[in-house]
Ligand binder design. Structure first.
Ligand code: NAD
Ligand code: AHE
Ligand code: ZN
Length: 370
């Protein structure tokens, strides 16, 4: 057992508590990682709120981390002590039906136990005062030390700054990947992006990489428009400035609708608007935002009959162990400007402020330094 400072979510809707937890050694096929830094994603807030059907407490949240391998469990062959890694909430075993399909990044090798907050053997490596604490999304990066399956770690070069490339563990990769891998936006296409947090802004980078001709940035918080512009957005729409439904505003702006739209908020009404602002005959809308328990999407089936397509994207369709090193290289070369996303940094003791800043719309990403 080792001791680890961690931010524990003891109960839904309550602030995280910084305590010293016990971490058991990595078991067969597992790896102990020292977390150097972790971003705070809206999904952490979503689960903490109690809206996540898979939310389970007490748990150590966090899934956007960067760290260093500290110890290996039996049989681990692809990593060595000292390797730099990004934890993956979407594992990549390269052996399951999903990995082999060539059609999805949704490896299922550890997904069922991950969703129950435990390691593949059905137990937790974390405890506090002798009682188990659950893992979260297979990552639990709000802890100085965490344990992950080997298949849930992407090895990255040691010269990449972990306090920046941690953002590739979720938000930035998700937004870029959704545009390039899921929607496959082509040169000259028109794009609308709903929600300009870490995910939506990264989707703008993806649309810029794809050479989209028009990138319409939509948010009810106009303070997000400056960064959106810096990253390549061409048009800015605040739904609060319009009396008409936002889908009608965008259809009017674009001679019938956009080629591609992305919902990066997690609001089911906005998901409908994002679909309905797509062009008749071919427009495609990708849902990235995560909606609360019990919520459902709806539209008239006629929207789909007349050629619009509704899709979803998890972790940008990216296979983490294979593709994240390429994302890290793009961040190193400046093609993915991670600094633009990091509006705040702080120590673990202040992590609740990171959640406040997110809810107040004042941050893009806060990075927690351990
Ligand atoms: P964030 O809180 O940083 O940003 C959300 C943005 O949406 C904010 O700028 C906010 O002002 C804006 N917004 C809120 N309501 C709006 C509305 N009605 N119309 C327009 N804009 C509105 O969140 P984030 O970290 O960027 O995450 C965004 C969503 O993506 C969350 O639901 C998160 O859970 C989800 N997510 C999904 C994946 C995935 O793999 N599918 C990965 C990461 C995050
Ligand atoms: N647990 C929720 C769903 C949460 C969800 O959709 N998660 C996204 C990643 S969000 C990252 O910030 C995802 O990739 N999902 C695919 C998966 O396998 O979890 C619920 O509704 O039960
Ligand atoms: Zn996330």
């Amino acid at each position: 057992m080792i001791k680890s400072r961690a931010a524990v979510a003891f109960e839904a809707g309550q602030p995280l508590q910084i305590v010293e937890v016990d971490v058991a050694p990595p078991q067969k096929g597992e790896v102990l990682v020292r977390i150097v830094a972790s971003g705070v994603c809206h999904t952490d807030a979503y689960t903490l709120s109690g809206d996540d059907p898979e939310g389970i407490f007490p748990a150590i949240l966090g899934h956007e981390g960067g760290g260093i391998v500290e110890a290996l469990g039996e049989g681990v062959t692809s990593l060595e002590v000292g390797d730099h890694v990004i934890p993956l909430y979407t594992a990549e075993c390269r052996e399951c039906k999903f990995c082999k399909s060539g059609k999805t990044n949704l490896c299922q090798s550890v997904r069922s136990t991950q969703g129950k907050g435990v390691m593949p053997d059905g137990t937790s490596r974390f405890s506090y005062q002798g009682k188990p604490i659950y893992h979260y999304m297979g990552c639990s990066t709000f802890s100085e030390y965490t344990v992950l399956p080997e298949v849930s770690l992407a090895k990255i070069p040691k010269d990449a700054p972990l306090e920046k490339v941690c953002l590739l563990g979720c938000g930035v990769t998700t937004g870029i990947g959704a545009v390039l891998n899921t929607a496959k936006v082509e040169e000259g296409a028109t794009v609308a992006i709903f929600g300009l947090g870490g995910i939506g802004l990264a989707a703008i980078i993806g649309a810029t990489m794809a050479k989209a001709s028009r990138i319409i940035a939509v948010d009810i918080n106009p303070s997000k428009f400056d960064i959106a512009k810096e990253l390549g957005a061409t048009d800015f729409v605040n739904p609060k400035d319009h009396d008409k439904p936002i889908q009608e505003v965008i259809v009017d702006m674009t001679d019938g609708g956009v080629d591609y739209s992305f919902e990066c908020v997690g609001n089911v009404q906005l998901m409908r608007a994002a679909l309905e602002c797509c062009h008749k005959g071919w427009g495609e809308s990708t849902i990235i935002g995560v909606a609360g328990a019990g919520q459902e999407i709806s539209t008239r089936p006629f929207q789909l009959v007349t050629g619009r397509v509704w899709r979803g994207s998890a972790f940008g369709g990216v296979k983490g162990r294979t593709e994240l090193p390429g994302y890290v290289a793009k961040a190193q070369s400046g093609e993915i400007p991670l600094d633009t996303f990091i509006t705040h940094t702080m120590g673990l003791e202040d992590i609740n402020k990171a959640f406040d800043l997110m809810h107040e719309g004042k941050s893009i990403r806060t990075v927690i330094h351990f």
